[in-house]
Every structure is written in structure tokens, then in C-alpha cells.
Design a protein around this ligand. Structure first.
Ligand SMILES: [Mn+2]
Length: 421
């Protein structure tokens, strides 16, 4: 049996907090990724398409998605490709009126409660595999649903299990709530040839034989969901055989993050742009993408820089951000400069018997706890903005954090004022 294994599509994600243009593009990308998945299933003439939960992000079902999904499912139906969909915590069986509008066609099997069901998959009338699936009835399933799966028949027909589950110990599991938690040991011994699972958005293989795989989500939706996203093309050649699993890159938009330390020698705007461009090229080499892939890029500048002062100003950062967006040809750049430090080295100034040296020694004494900053500055702890607690040791830690780069900051201002004066 050959099938395409998808999970965590999250149709109708709102993408709140993104710019209107990006939001529009990301919503389109979710659907485009789905269209590519269907294309892939048709081209590869798979025996089935499997969706391991969270097909929808939530209760919402837009008219657009309702119509779109209907058309895409019909395309699979016309080619005789059955669809198996097990509900997850985002789209539980006890759905809402909105999602209830969907009329699932006959070639779609929806597993939407805890009781597993087994369905034959046929090719030209012959049974080539069996799918056993169960779904989440409600949004908070704490039971290990995998324990209910029956022992598959030993009649030579490949057995595949379909479930939305958090397998204990999976990478990135802490980013997800432990719904329908299961144990790898149990899945391995349950007798299936392949577990098509979903929930954790990071693609990973938990076991080769039997195959136990998270395909990851179909399209990344935020900076932490970076790298190539898509589905798994799976071939289970026979009962007890080793499944062949191949990743297919389907997401039209990719998220990425690069960290750049321009260093003390980059002292001009175009130098900054060039430093980021070089890092960007290296990323493209490391992370090849299909032609036409669009990118949303987080750029984090860090380290000592003579442009530190400019990079603390919102208008300057915006100019750089907008230049990078067009220069790199990406959808959007999210530029972070919080880790950039002044390029000056305070060490030689610390010894000097002048105002700068005196001030530097005082900042250092405060940050090292030798002087009480509240006494020195003549303020009370409760007047300190930004501290989330009045507990003395917490406040002290917060103040030390504020003072951490304080010496460089202070020295930079001294030097600047001397130049200005
Ligand atoms: Mn989920």
C-alpha cells in the first residue's frame, strides 16, 4: 500500500498579529500547500491520503475553505483516492455548527471518536492495506487512545494505524499540550506496520520498523516552525515489511531565522546589508528549497557594533528592515537588534581618573553588587519600572541585568558627547 501521510494542516488559522499582507499570504499558503498535497497524491497514484488530525485550526470554517476543501476532496474522489481523516484536539468530533457544515463525501472516512474502526483500502478491487483509526471526541482528551487499537490481523495485508497523539519523549513535545498521550514502546509492540501520527509539528521518525512518523505540519505558521514542511510519501510493501518513507516539500512559504554578528569593522549601512545578505546566502545553501519558495525571515543582529546607537532607534531599524526585505527578495523580514552592543571596550577607561572612569567604576560596582544601586541613584525599589516583583533578590537580579551592558552603553555616550562637543 502506498499513501500520503499529512497532519496538522490547521486550515483557517487567523494569523493574528501579522501584517495584513502577510496574513493574507499565509492563509493562501495553507491552501496552496493542501493543493500541492492533492497534486502529489494524484501524480503518485497513491492508494490513500491520510490526515492525522488538526486539519482545521479551530471552530471557524470560512466560506472560502468550505468551498475549497470540497473541490479538493472531489479531485481525489475522481481519481478513486480514498481519504482517511482522524480528528485531533483542534478539530474534535464534537465540533461546532461551523465545521458541521461540511458534508463529507463517500470516499472520505472520518474517525472522530475514541473507538477505533478498521477500513480496507482497495486497488482495482483487491485489498492492499487496512487503516485503523480513532479520533478525538473533545478538545481535551487525556486518555491514551492507542491502547484501544485492536491487534491487526495476520493475513498478509499491511496494517496502518492513524491517530493524533502526543508520544512521550518526541522532540518538540514541550511545545504541545499532552493530548491523547501515548508511549512509544506500546506503539512499537501493537502489531501495526506503520503509525501515521500527528500533533507534534516537528517532522520526525520515532521508529523505522514499525514505521512511526510525525510528518510535521503541512505549512509552517510561525518562526519556530521553520525549515521545509510538507508530507510523507509512504510505501508499506507488505505485512511485517520495512516501510519506505520519503518526505515531500509542499509548503510554499518557509520560515527561517538567521543570526548575524556584523562585528566592529562594519561601520556603514551598506555593510550591514551585505553582512545579512551573506548569512542569507549561506542559509539558502544549507536549506535548499523548491523553486518559487517564499520566505519569512527573522534576522537577529548581535554583538559589538559601531552602529549600536543607530540600531536602538526605531526609525533606523525600520529603514534597515525595509531595505533587507527588498534586497533579499523575501516576503517579510522581522529584524531584532536587542543583542547588539556598543563596539567600545571599557577596559582601558576603567583605570582613568576622569568622569568617564569614575562613572564606569560605579556602574561596575553596582552590577557586581558592591554598591547598592538604590542608594547610589537615590530611588526606591518600588519606583523601579519593569520589575515584576518586589522581592529583594528578584529586584536585585533585575537591576544587575539592566546594568549588565551598562558600562559599554555609558562609555559610548561619553565618547559620543565628546565628539558632539
Ligand atoms: Mn494537535
Amino acid at each position: 500500500m502506498r499513501f500520503l501521510h499529512l497532519a496538522d494542516v490547521h486550515l483557517d488559522t487567523l494569523f493574528a498579529g501579522r501584517s495584513p499582507a502577510l496574513r493574507e499570504r499565509l492563509r493562501g499558503a495553507l491552501q496552496q500547500a493542501w493543493t500541492r498535497a492533492v497534486d502529489q497524491a494524484v501524480e503518485e497514484e497513491v492508494d490513500a491520503l491520510l490526515i492525522a488530525g488538526d486539519l482545521f485550526d479551530g471552530e471557524r470554517l470560512s466560506f472560502h475553505t468550505e468551498r475549497f476543501l470540497g473541490e479538493e476532496l472531489a479531485r481525489l474522489g475522481e481519481k478513486g483516492i480514498p481519504v482517511f481523516y482522524a480528528t485531533g484536539n483542534h478539530d474534535p468530533g464534537e465540533g461546532t455548527a461551523e465545521r458541521g457544515r461540511i458534508e463529507w463525501p463517500d470516499h472520505v472516512t472520518v474517525f472522530d471518536d475514541a473507538t477505533p474502526r478498521t477500513v480496507d483500502v482497495r486497488r482495482n478491487g483487491e485489498v492492499v492495506g487496512r487503516i485503523t483509526g480513532s479520533g478525538h471526541r473533545t478538545a481535551v482528551v487525556t486518555e491514551d487512545l492507542s491502547r484501544r487499537f485492536p491487534r491487526p490481523a495476520e493475513d498478509g495485508v499491511p496494517a496502518v494505524a492513524l491517530l493524533h497523539t502526543q508520544v512521550g519523549g518526541a522532540r518538540g513535545e514541550d511545545a504541545h499540550d499532552p493530548y491523547a498521550p501515548s508511549e512509544l514502546k506500546h506503539l512499537e509492540r501493537a502489531g501495526y506496520d506503520y503509525w501515521a501520527i500527528g500533533h507534534v509539528h516537528q517532522r520526525q521518525k520515532l521508529s523505522s520498523v514499525p514505521g512511526i512518523h510525525y510528518p510535521g505540519n503541512l505549512q509552517g505558521r510561525h518562526p519556530r516552525e521553520n525549515g521545509a514542511k510538507g508530507g510523507l510519501l509512504v510505501h508499506v510493501p507488505g505485512r511485517g515489511a520495512t516501510p519506505d518513507v520519503r518526505f515531500v516539500d509542499l509548503a510554499p512559504v518557509r520560515w527561517a531565522r538567521i543570526q548575524v554578528e556584523p562585528g566592529p569593522e562594519v561601520a556603514r549601512f551598506d555593510g550591514l546589508v551585505r553582512a545579512v545578505r551573506d548569512a542569507w546566502r549561506r542559509l539558502l545553501e544549507d536549506e535548499p528549497a523548491r523553486p518559487g519558495t517564499e520566505w519569512v525571515l527573522r534576522v537577529e543582529l548581535a554583538g559589538p557594533s559601531p552602529l549600536h546607537r543607530e540600531l536602538t532607534r526605531a526609525d533606523e531599524v525600520e529603514t534597515l528592515r525595509s531595505e533587507l526585505t527588498s534586497d533579499l527578495g523575501v516576503l517579510e523580514v522581522d529584524l531584532r537588534c536587542g543583542e547588539v552592543r556598543p563596539a567600545v571596550d571599557p577596559a582601558p577607561y576603567l583605570e582613568r581618573q576622569d568622569a568617564a572612569g569614575e562613572a564606569l567604576r560605579l556602574v561596575r560596582a553596582m552590577s557586581q553588587g558592591e554598591e547598592d544601586p538604590f542608594e547610589v541613584l537615590g530611588i526606591a525599589p518600588q519606583d523601579l519600572g519593569g520589575a515584576e516583583t518586589e522581592e529583594a533578590s528578584q529586584v536585585a537580579r533585575y537591576v544587575r541585568h539592566l546594568l549588565d551592558e551598562g558600562d559599554r552603553e555609558l562609555l559610548e555616550r561619553f565618547l559620543q558627547e565628546r565628539e558632539d562637543g
